[in-house]
Design a protein around this ligand. Structure first.
Ligand code: ZN
Length: 453
């Protein structure tokens, strides 16, 4: 057992409104074993000797950040879809076109690069909302979980933890139209067959765990929702679902089922503390009540929601209703947890023309502990004894952050200001460089492969 000592210039400790100066953090075998603020009062008894071998972390050290909602392959659309007109639905057609180039080998290469990009941004855990299961025309690969295995391997290469949210995707519309074209690769036929396939998969590696997802009320018929939810509940696994990203989904659900998507999910036992609704951009006040009473979480994806002109979710109202909020980069138009977090506050300002809705510590909590919990890693996202040794250090001497008050980093810093990332005690990023993946090169190669460029 080797103890590693880290001396953080500032560390953001749980329940603190701002970072604490001069904190000694000790880690053993991937766990935090001691957290000691050195001032006031100076070093602990063993003082000088303890500090002599400590690794200094200039700047603010945060707990590991969680990217609660990802579709890794959407990264290929970055920079290709933002300039034109259109909406979520036309963007979706472009996204489907990328899938034609993906197989287990190309998806491994792409996801490895994307997850390594996340690591550079301070993300130590990702929730992959995975629905691209099968080969052309929906024909299963020899291993029906080959695409899942590729994602698990990609996260291992990139050095971050992954919750594979295996997604049930059966129909094209709320009224049950069948999948067509690119969507055929997403489908398993029915929820029982989805469950059989997923149950046969065991992620390879301690960095990965399995969860479930319902793509949306568009994609899983009402009478099959409970099958997916039951699978997750029996395994005590996280359950995620896209919810009310678009008003059109609400309208269609009301027309077919006579209730909102949230109401439908509630009726079929989908809501609860292990469930995370992704987006929840257009909930009714009744929906917010249902989500809050059931302690269902909501994952906001502000940079994607703005890119796709979805709207602004009622973040403060949801938080006040008792809904835990987490954050995801979703389509990866941007991979920057700082940008996602500040957008939660700044979007509320635009809507209300008032400032000060979320304290910086609340933004940190959404980006770290709440996100990890939504992905089933309840022992991560806090710099506290017993927690996973994830440490994300943000510099305070860049052109963006020079002179910034430590607690103000959420409004000034970006992914490029992350200098060091430790995941489960292992240094993954040092001096802003990933230690095992040439991220820009691998991203370029992977994107060329899947966009035919
Ligand atoms: Zn999504």
């Amino acid at each position: 057992m080797t103890t590693t000592r880290w001396l953080a210039e500032y560390a953001w400790l749980p329940e603190r409104a701002a970072p604490t100066p001069e904190v000694l953090i000790e880690t053993v075998n991937g766990r935090i074993t001691a957290v000691t603020p050195l001032s006031p009062g100076g070093p602990p008894d063993a003082g000088v000797d303890v500090l002599a071998d400590a690794v200094r972390l200039p700047g603010v050290t945060l707990p590991g950040l969680a990217n609660t909602h990802s579709h890794a392959f959407h990264r290929a659309l970055r920079g290709h879809t933002h300039g034109g007109r259109g909406d979520f639905w036309s963007w979706r057609d472009q996204m489907y076109a990328v899938t034609a180039h993906l197989n287990p080998d190309s998806y491994l290469a792409l996801a490895r690069a994307v997850y390594a990009e996340m690591a550079l941004a301070g993300i130590t855990c990702v929730g992959e909302f995975h629905y691209l299961h099968h080969g052309a025309g929906g024909t299963p690969y020899d291993d029906p979980n080959a695409m899942s295995a590729a994602l698990v391997e990609a996260a291992a290469h990139a050095g971050i933890r992954l919750t594979l949210l295996d997604t049930c995707y059966l129909t094209a519309t709320v009224d049950g139209q069948p999948l067509t074209g690119s969507q055929l690769r997403f489908g398993d036929g029915d929820a029982l067959r989805w469950a059989d396939r997923v149950s046969a998969f065991t992620p390879d590696g301690r960095h990965a765990r399995l969860g479930a997802a319902i793509h949306s009320v568009r994609a899983v018929p009402a009478e099959q929702l409970a099958t997916v939810a039951g699978w997750a509940h029996r395994r005590d696994a996280p359950l995620h679902v896209h919810l009310s990203e678009q008003p059109a989904e609400n309208d269609a659900c009301r027309a077919v089922h006579g209730r909102t998507p949230t109401g439908l999910l509630a009726d079929h036992g989908v809501l609860g503390p292990a469930t995370t609704a992704v987006h929840a951009t257009h909930p009714t006040s009744g929906d917010v009540g249902l989500l809050g009473e059931s302690r269902t979480g909501v994952c906001l994806c502000p940079t994607t929601e703005r890119d796709l002109a979805d709207g602004i979710g009622p973040a403060r109202r949801m938080a006040d209703a008792g809904i835990p909020l987490s954050l995801g980069s979703d389509s990866h138009a941007v991979i920057d947890p700082f940008e996602e977090a500040r957008a939660v506050e700044l979007d509320e300002r635009l809507r209300t023309r008032k400032r000060g809705h979320f304290a910086p510590a609340e933004l940190l909590h959404a980006a770290s502990a709440a996100g990890h919990a939504a992905l089933g890693w309840t022992d991560a996202g806090r710099i506290a004894v017993g927690g996973r040794a994830d440490l994300v250090t943000v510099r305070l001497d860049s052109v963006r952050t020079a002179g910034v008050a430590p607690a103000g980093l959420w409004f000034a810093a970006g992914a490029a200001d992350v200098t060091q990332v430790v995941v489960d005690g292992r240094v993954l990023v040092r001096d802003g460089h990933h230690l095992t993946v040439d991220v820009p090169q691998e991203l370029a190669d992977a994107m060329a492969e899947v966009t035919g460029g």
